[in-house]
Each structure stands twice: as structure tokens, then as C-alpha cells.
Design a protein around this ligand. Structure first.
Ligand code: NAD
Length: 376
């Protein structure tokens, strides 16, 4: 198969969909890989490294789209890319169709085969292509929180781990899923006193078993949250209710209970945030202050560490890219239920319920498009 990797052109996107290691794997199976010049530079991969791994470097995005059977990307195509997409071309990338009607209609019109990273799903319902970014964001939440606790950045002026003779900082993590677990591990590793809250008692039991001594678990409820935030230095929002907006666990009035210079990092801001006063910010201007409390609410935290994010993402995507390249998308989706769940829009038809519902479009059963394309 001919695989094309365009350079991401969305504002501030430095990740790339394939590393030189990925090119090496694809070449082993005899696939041709075309990479747009400088596509990997933002993540620290030079054109020469891709060429040495066996890729051909193309100078323009037009050439990449024109030659490829499968386009592997990171972010959804933006308006200037729509017209480059060919009928039947397979696009494997994050789409988040339910948040863009324009993108949905554009992909229907181009008759592309859109396989979305975010809906590839394992039988245990976990989302293997979202987990790596949650891992990055969870770990980063502590790094950023520690930074903004410093006095020049308007924090309380407390070192997360303390020093001998001085108590460490207290970190409260709301939600003990992927983000929360990674955040708690990092904060605990730096020596902070950590409390994780979740509503899932089974999860709390598990965390209580695996976390180090300086991590406590607590049931998440308003009473406990009100009590904890009074003594927390850093509060990390990491709650997710699948398919719904995050609940506001910290309301505006609660800011008054916190000490001045407390830092809030609401990682869940991309789902509306679990802290009422959080609104999305950017890496250029990541924080704002309300009632003396520092709010960090960057919606694409992994974007600040493109090397780590690219390698983490491609570690997870490459096995699927190989299946798609080796078998073609129809056979790969028939053989692997996880990939089948990733199909969202196929040759002008919406085959994913969440997308059809979001934009009131007719839903075609995914089995239909598989059958039809094969019959052609
Ligand atoms: N800002 C970013 O750059 C970025 C990056 C990655 C992920 N995220 C977001 O981070 C959030 C968390 O993602 P995740 O992968 O950890 O999800 P996850 O499903 O692994 O974990 C969510 C946890 O929240 C818990 N929860 C639900 N309701 C709760 C409540 N009322 N109180 C306490 N806990 C509650 C769940 O039981 C679960 O354990 C999501 O909104 C995700 O989109 C943001």
C-alpha cells in the first residue's frame, strides 16, 4: 500500500503521525511511505532520518494526498485540505466529528474512508488511541502545577516535595482514571502528599493497593471535596463521564475556601471542565487568576511536549496502521473489532452512531458499507 504522511497544518500542532521507526516497520512489509518535507521537525525527527528509514520525502502536501492510498495524520483535516482528499482514500487520524458539522459534511462529500483514532475501542471499552494522550496530560499536570506553585508565577510559593524539616505540598486529584493515576504517581514521586478521589469504589480499592504510601484514596463527594480543598496546594481535575460534559465538582463559591496561590489544573477542560471557573486556555497564555486562585486550563496539554506525545501516540497507532496497510481497510476491519469501531464516515455514509446523532444524519449500518465495497 502507498502511505502518505502530511505535515500537520493546524495551528500549533507539532506532532507527526509516523516516526522513522514506523517507516522501518512499514517498509519491512513492502509498503511505500511518502512523508511531506519537515513533517517531523516539530517532534525532533529530520527528513534525513525518514529517508534513511526508507521513506520518500515529498515537498508539498498536494503531492502527499495525490499519491497515497492511506493518509495517516494526527489532527482532523482542516478546510484547505478537504479538496485534496480523494474518493475511497483512507484517512486514519483524530477526527472528533461530533464537534464539527463542517468537517462531517466535508468528509461525506469527499467520499473518503474515515477511521477515527478516538473511536477505536477495545472489548473492555477502553480507547487505546486516547490513552497515550491522557498519560501525557496526567504526568504533565503535575509538572505544570509544580511550576505555577512558584511565587513568581503567582502560586503559593511551595515546593511540591518540601525539604527535610518542611512539610511537602498537598495535591488533590479528582478522578482516578488514566489522567488521575499518572498525575498521582508523578506527584507522589516528587514527595507530595497526594489524595485521589473517585466515585468508583472498585477503582479506589485498586489505587489503594498499587499507590505508594504518600497517596490516600477518598470517595468523591461534595462534603469531602469542600473539606480537602481548604488544605490543598495543587488540585488536578481528571474526571470523565463518557459521552457527557464533566460535572462541576468545584463550584465558584468554593474558591473562597482555598488559600491564595492555590493552583488548579483542570485537565478535563476539553470536556467542559470539572471546575466551574475553568475556561479553555492556550500554551501561549495558559493561566488566569480568580479570587487569588491560579487556573491552568490548556485544552491540548500534550501539544507542549511533541516529542513525547508523538512517540507515545505512534507506539499505539502503528500496530493498527500495519493491519490497515497489510490487509486493506475492509479486511482489517472485518478481522479486528477494535478497528471496525473506528469507522465513522465511509464513502459518503455515516456509519458511527454518535456522529449520525450529533448532526441528525442517516446512520448506515457498518456491515452494509463493508459488504457494498467488497461487492464492487
Ligand atoms: N487537557 C488535555 O490536554 C487532555 C489530554 C488528555 C485527556 N484529557 C481529558 O482528561 C479527562 C480524564 O481522562 P481519562 O483518560 O483519565 O479518563 P478515565 O475515564 O480514564 O478516568 C475518569 C475517571 O473519572 C472518574 N469520575 C467520574 N465521575 C467522578 C466524580 N464525580 N468524582 C470523581 N471522579 C469521577 C471515573 O470513575 C474515572 O475513574 C477527560 O476529560 C479527557 O478528555 C485532557
Amino acid at each position: 500500500m502507498v502511505i502518505g504522511v502530511p505535515k500537520e497544518i493546524k495551528n500549533n500542532e507539532n506532532r507527526v503521525a509516523l516516526t522513522p521507526a514506523g517507516v522501518t516497520e512499514l517498509r519491512k512489509y513492502g509498503h511505500a511511505v511518502y512523508i511531506q518535507a519537515t513533517a517531523g521537525v516539530g517532534s525532533g525527527f529530520e527528513d534525513e532520518e525518514y529517508a534513511a528509514a526508507g521513506a520518500t520525502i515529498l515537498s508539498t502536501i498536494e503531492e502527499v494526498y495525490a499519491i497515497a492510498d492511506m493518509i495517516v495524520k494526527v489532527k482532523e483535516p482542516i478546510a484547505q485540505e478537504y479538496k485534496l482528499i480523494k474518493e475511497n482514500q483512507l484517512l486514519f487520524t483524530y477526527f472528533h466529528f461530533a464537534s464539527s458539522e463542517e468537517l462531517t459534511h466535508a468528509m461525506i462529500q469527499q467520499k473518503a474512508v474515515c477511521l477515527a483514532y478516538e473511536t477505536v475501542e477495545k472489548t473492555d471499552r477502553s480507547l487505546p488511541l486516547l490513552i497515550p494522550m491522557s498519560e501525557v496530560a496526567g504526568r504533565m499536570a503535575v509538572q505544570e502545577g509544580a511550576k505555577y506553585l512558584e511565587k513568581p508565577l503567582k502560586g503559593r510559593g511551595i515546593l511540591l516535595g518540601g525539604v527535610p524539616g518542611v512539610k511537602p505540598a498537598r495535591v488533590l486529584v479528582l478522578g482516578g482514571g488514566i489522567v488521575g493515576t499518572q498525575a498521582a504517581k508523578m506527584a507522589a514521586g516528587l514527595g507530595a502528599h497526594v489524595t485521589i478521589m473517585d466515585v468508583n469504589l472498585t477503582r479506589l480499592r485498586y489505587l489503594s493497593d498499587i499507590m505508594p504510601e504518600n497517596v490516600d484514596t477518598m470517595m468523591s463527594n461534595e462534603y469531602n471535596i469542600r473539606a480537602e480543598i481548604k488544605q490543598s496546594d495543587l488540585i488536578i481535575g481528571a474526571v470523565l463521564i463518557p459521552g457527557a460534559k464533566a460535572p462541576h465538582l468545584i463550584t465558584r463559591d468554593m474558591l473562597k475556601l482555598m488559600r491564595s496561590g492555590t493552583v488548579l489544573v483542570d485537565v478535563a477542560v476539553d470536556q467542559g471542565g470539572c471546575i466551574e471557573t475553568c475556561t479553555p486556555t492556550t500554551h501561549e497564555n495558559p493561566t488566569f487568576i480568580i479570587d487569588g486562585v491560579v487556573h491552568y486550563c490548556v485544552a491540548n496539554m500534550p501539544g507542549a511536549v511533541p516529542y513525547t506525545s508523538t512517540v507515545a501516540l505512534t507506539n499505539a497507532t502503528l500496530p493498527y496502521v500495519l493491519q490497515l496497510a497489510n490487509k486493506g481497510w475492509q479486511q482489517a476491519c472485518r478481522d479486528n473489532e477494535e478497528l471496525l469501531k473506528g469507522l465513522n464516515v465511509v464513502n459518503g455514509k455515516v456509519v458511527y452512531n454518535g456522529v449520525a446523532e450529533a448532526w441528525e444524519l442517516p446512520l448506515t449500518p457498518v456491515s452494509d458499507v463493508l459488504r457494498k465495497v467488497i461487492a464492487v
